[in-house]
Design a protein around this ligand. Structure first.
Ligand SMILES: *Cc1c(COP(=O)(O)O)cnc(C)c1O
Length: 393
């Protein structure tokens, strides 16, 4: 039984998703027929411009904002860079203190490390064992110098959903700008900018069946922000450079579909997630179940399996045609333990044997059954080679 015989199963939807067929269909005309520069003052340009504004309304519809509060950017990563650097710069005279959590996405943490080098002070709040930030911690760390709070909506590794609305309320009371990285949430769970009391929010299209290379930063009307990219006139001067018209059109359609089908998708994904969780916990011993038991994404399962090597487990799964992810990244030089699992107190030797499954709307119950059948055998085989496995509990 080689790699070729098994049906390929993709369970890494947090890394990226395939485009929905309707997204691809909608984008198609914008490569050759409606190819104009949206800034051009002729028919070709007007058509492209109109398509952008239609898509903007659809993205706004998904997050319940005004269309003019949506700025198109190239990715979730860019949205996070823009939010953090843009607010830091615009408010540097007011103060230089920023509050965030220790389990944010790398694009937030790395940007903040960069800002620290130019004199900003950053407080990295700890999380509890489920990965939840305590809103009281946020409140107690606010100083006269605080200009920005940035807490992610949900964590892309462990799926935990943060108490963003509550934190937003605190920020609002204290008159501090609040950003949330919703790249793992938007399109999968409801993120309503008003219910959440956020001033800025990052969204990425390829996380919910839209194309890669397009995302949005929501900026509440009236909030001042310095551009990341300087140039012409696009996006009201806040993010210039020619627009990714096909990408924006696809983003719009993906947002419209996600908004319309959110409940249907959630009701499809949740039982699959629970079946996978239950199957693994029942059939494999010495397993850590990571993330919050209820406040979590409907498509995420994060487990750490003791007494097996993470990379060997991933490779064995791959041989069975199952593509999933590990929370720890193995580079050429070293094994980098997930900062998120470290943040929730998973011991490093366990964290390095973690698996992150993220289920998509194209997965079936058979896919989940296959994992439940295959994984225990892989674990058993790898443990048979382990000198430290103490045997079944
Ligand atoms: C995927 C993701 C990002 C980065 O988005 P890209 O569009 O892939 O650059 C940032 N934050 C979170 C929580 C994510 O899941």
């Amino acid at each position: 039984m080689g790699e070729s015989s098994a049906k390929k199963i993709y369970l890494d939807h947090i890394a990226t998703t395939p485009c929905h067929p309707k997204v691809v269909d909608a984008m198609q005309p914008y490569f050759r027929e409606i190819f104009g520069n949206p800034q051009s003052d002729h028919e070709f340009g007007w058509q492209a411009k109109m398509a952008i504004e239609e898509a903007r309304a659809k993205v706004a519809g998904l997050i319940k904002s005004l269309p003019q509060e949506i700025i198109f950017v190239s990715s979730g990563t860019e949205a996070n860079n823009f939010a953090l650097k843009g607010i830091a710069n615009a408010f540097e005279k007011k103060g230089k203190h920023i509050i965030t959590s220790s389990i944010e996405h790398r694009s937030v943490l790395t940007t903040l490390k960069f800002l620290e080098k130019s004199g900003y002070k950053v407080t990295y709040l700890p999380v509890d064992k489920y990965g939840v930030v305590d809103p009281d911690d946020v409140r107690n760390n606010i100083t006269e110098e605080t200009i920005l709070i940035s807490i992610m909506h949900s964590n892309n590794e462990i799926g935990t959903i943060e108490p963003v609305a509550e934190i937003g309320k605190i920020a609002k009371e204290r008159g501090i700008i609040f950003h949330t990285d919703a790249a793992a949430s938007a399109g999968t769970v409801l993120v309503d900018v008003n219910e959440l009391n956020v001033d800025l929010m990052s969204v990425s299209a390829h996380k919910y069946y839209g194309p890669k290379g397009i995302g949005a930063l929501y900026v509440r009307k009236g909030v001042r922000i310095t551009p990341l990219i300087h140039g012409g006139v696009q996006e009201a001067g806040r993010r210039t450079g020619i627009e990714n018209v096909p990408g924006i059109v696809g983003f719009g359609v993906a947002s419209e579909l996600a908004d319309k089908d959110m409940e249907v998708r959630r009701n499809y994904l949740t039982p699959l997630r629970d079946k996978l969780t239950k199957g693994i916990l029942e059939r494999i011993d010495h397993v850590y179940y990571n993330g919050h038991p209820s406040e979590r994404l409907p498509n995420n399962v994060n487990i750490a399996i003791e007494y097996v090597e993470g990379e060997s487990m991933l490779l064995s799964m791959m041989k069975e045609g199952i593509a999933t992810a590990s929370a720890s990244t193995c580079t050429m030089m070293s094994l980098e333990t997930s900062h998120v699992l470290q943040g929730i107190g998973v011991p490093p030797h366990v964290a390095n044997s973690s698996l992150v499954f993220s289920i998509g709307i194209d997965n079936t119950e058979e896919d989940i059954e296959r994992v439940i059948n295959v994984l225990p055998n892989i674990v058993e085989r790898l443990r048979a080679m382990s000198a430290i496995y103490p045997g079944r509990q």
